[in-house]
Design a protein around this ligand. Structure first.
Ligand SMILES: Nc1ccn([C@@H]2O[C@H](COP(=O)(O)OP(=O)(O)OC[C@H](O)CO)[C@@H](O)[C@H]2O)c(=O)n1
Length: 324
């Protein structure tokens, strides 16, 4: 009897706060198409998904902020329309009655260079980097990683980061088309041009942030466009140095969830240290009338993703036996 009452009262517990989520809108004013492997993509419809998401988030009334996990405009957007397309999507996000935190993705960088993109997305990074953190309540901290810190896209062609990325790809991927995983085996299939890495300085910054969060007894949610755990993603979508990033994260006990986009089908996993990983289903892959967005209720002992339509709901307890 007691346990029934206890579980009823646990379910009635109010969240500490909630936030909205969406990923891979990849809007473009072009006809429907398909991904390289043939999955349908609805470039014009995706902005309607975003509009319905914003309506839903505003209707909720208690969402503290929204996180966009990246790729707001598709690489097939005609380049003379890129700026207007980015502004158009940002304008839709701005209809949310609260702050919106944007992450950059590869498709954003196919359209605009970092220098131009970051101010449009109001990303508070330094020196054209797109990593930052914020603390919506004293008990929680959000860490946004820049997965294209070392990357062959977005930086000027002669930039040291571009050269570092090209050298890395040359070493790791023998194909002349560096977006092709042909011949690469297992997790090596992540060494593709449309991915990137977290650089040394950013790794040191992450370590410092997690140290500080631990000292403050804060729980941490990591956000990165590129997934950080092979259990939640195809090998082709992983961050090049996901293992180095996870080594830093695993040195502390404060991280509870890693959120990602990029691998459009979505996924979830719990890693060897009990950290939840959740890759979000893409707005771009919603046919007419379908949706993929959600919000997360944050508690002191769990995070509960409430998904709409194609975005699955996921309850993420801070224990190994979480329902995922
Ligand atoms: N085998 C492949 C796959 C892709 N490409 C080309 O790479 C560019 C980016 O691909 P795209 O599928 O558009 O990237 P997304 O960020 O939307 O999705 C990431 C994946 O879902 C990760 O699993 C594009 O130009 C493709 O044509 C390729 O050449 N070879």
């Amino acid at each position: 009897m007691g346990s029934t009452n206890e579980s009823a009262s646990a379910q009635e517990k109010q969240p500490l706060f909630s936030f909205g989520i969406i990923s891979d809108v990849q809007y473009a004013d072009i006809p429907d198409g398909r991904s390289f492997i043939g999955v349908p993509r609805y470039y014009r419809h995706s902005i309607l998904v975003l509009q319905r998401a914003v309506q839903n988030w505003n209707h909720h009334k208690k969402l503290k902020f929204v996180i966009n996990l990246g790729d707001i405009v598709d690489g097939f957007c005609p380049k003379d329309q890129s700026l207007n397309a980015v502004k158009k999507v940002v304008n839709e996000f701005d209809k949310f009655n609260g702050p919106v935190y944007h992450l950059i993705g590869n498709h954003c960088l196919y359209n605009l260079p970092r220098k131009q993109l970051l101010p449009l997305l109001k990303i508070p990074g330094v020196d054209d980097h797109a990593y930052f953190d914020f603390s919506p309540i004293p008990e929680y901290r959000f860490v946004v990683l820049d997965g294209y810190d070392v990357s062959a896209i977005g930086w000027p062609q002669d930039h040291p980061k571009t050269l570092e990325a090209l050298n890395f790809l040359h070493e790791k991927n023998p194909n002349s088309e560096k977006n092709s995983p042909s011949g690469l085996v297992g997790l090596e299939r992540r060494f593709l041009m449309f991915n990137g890495a977290v650089g040394k300085e950013q790794l040191e910054w992450l370590d410092g942030v997690l140290q500080e969060a631990s000292n403050l007894k804060q729980k941490v949610v990591i956000c990165c466009h590129l997934p950080l755990d092979p259990g939640t993603s195809s090998p082709e979508a992983l961050l090049w140095n996901y293992d180095q990033v996870m080594d830093v994260i695993h040195a502390y006990n404060c991280v509870k969830l890693c959120l990602a986009g990029h691998d459009h089908k979505g996924g979830c996993s719990i890693d060897s240290h009990g950290i939840h990983h959740r890759t979000l289903e893409a707005a771009l892959e919603c046919p007419s009338g379908r949706d993929a967005f959600g919000y997360v209720d944050v508690y002191d002992d769990r995070l509960s993703l409430v998904g709409t339509d194609r975005m699955h709901s996921t309850d993420m307890c801070f224990k190994l036996q979480a329902n995922c």
